[in-house]
Design a protein around this ligand. Sequence first.
Ligand SMILES: Cc1cc2nc3c(=O)[nH]c(=O)nc-3n(C[C@H](O)[C@H](O)[C@H](O)COP(=O)(O)OP(=O)(O)OC[C@H]3O[C@@H](n4cnc5c(N)ncnc54)[C@H](O)[C@@H]3O)c2cc1C
Length: 360
Amino acid sequence: MHVVICGGGVIGVCTGYFLARRGIDVTVVERCAVASSASGKAGGFLARDWCAGSPLDALARRSFALHARLHEELGHWSYQRVSSYSGLVVPEGGRRRHTATKLGWISDGVIIGGQLSTTETTATVNPRAFTFGMMRAAQKHGASVRHGEVTGLSRRGDRLVGVDVDGETIAADAVVIALGPWSLRAAQWLSLPLVYGLQSPSLVYDTAKDVPPEALFLDYQQDSGSTIGVEVFPRADGSTHIAALSSQDPLPMDPAEVKPDPDGLKATQAICERLSPAFRPERIIARQACFRPVTQDGLPLIGKVPGSEGAYIATGHSVWGILNAPATGEALAELVAGGSAETTDLTPFDPARLRPLDPA
Ligand SMILES: Cc1cc2nc3c(=O)[nH]c(=O)nc-3n(C[C@H](O)[C@H](O)[C@H](O)COP(=O)(O)OP(=O)(O)OC[C@H]3O[C@@H](n4cnc5c(N)ncnc54)[C@H](O)[C@@H]3O)c2cc1C
């Protein structure tokens, strides 16, 4: 059996790993580079039970456990358990109060409201290193990466027989669409619901050991009076990822054209400088932006594409794509190889639950 996976983000790569581990022949087709989009630019925060009460709960719990196991078995990537805290950034000139919880590395203008989690239930991973590590592990099981742009699918009747890549057709017994927000493009070829992209700029700092394994979720009041969330994720490799804003910028059709808005980055940098002396401008190692894939009901699409034999999709993981990639890949590999998902029930994520877009 030959499975072609369209997209070398964390979802495509994890699916490729779990298929290749079963001895299945896998080709991952990636237009730019593995982990070049959101999967290389995300924060990498992982939580065991923050999806409790939602249909994502079982997927998240399974994935959290798999992250730990994969890191132990294969991990040449940065992974660490972290505790996490909520708080707020006092407006400039505002009154500073003493707080019950004091973190030694943050500035006085940040008030910690409480502890959200311990190292039992939360962790961070460097998402680029994780995605690369999983791709390397898949390659050890025989998977390959093909650099190229997926431009269409070849079919015989209702059955898919191949993937069109740069003018050539790669024969396939099964095809997995894992193009992140660009999965929308596959709605031209398959009966699929809407997937769209939401952009956020972020900064990565080289903070060495100055930031302990303490993630922060802070409210920050803007001059306009509105409040935004600031997320600070320290990783084991000494880098700290900070994202604060989102933008309404449209998704460019070419992933290589995703560029951060300079004003958004400047605003994010100004916020970071108020959080801790660890976030000095000369320590910035990445100024970036990426689009997370989102669906109409906020749940991912994972499973068979209705009406096309041999077609599968895995996308729309929104803010939890790095967390949920391992269990998505594991369960989808079971579905593709054996006809049913065993380890996680994929019913809540069945693409057939949403109305497909009308064909162009
Ligand atoms: C700022 C930010 C912070 C985040 N933080 C976290 C976090 O802390 N924890 C968490 O769990 N999640 C987080 N996420 C979410 C996570 O990053 C995404 O859900 C996840 O990376 C999506 O992975 P993907 O593989 O579906 O898509 P992508 O990473 O977008 O991968 C899709 C791939 O398809 C390729 N491609 C596109 N078109 C074609 C084509 N025609 N042919 C071939 N290849 C193509 C692209 O180049 C790309 O590499 C964050 C997201 C953002 C934006």
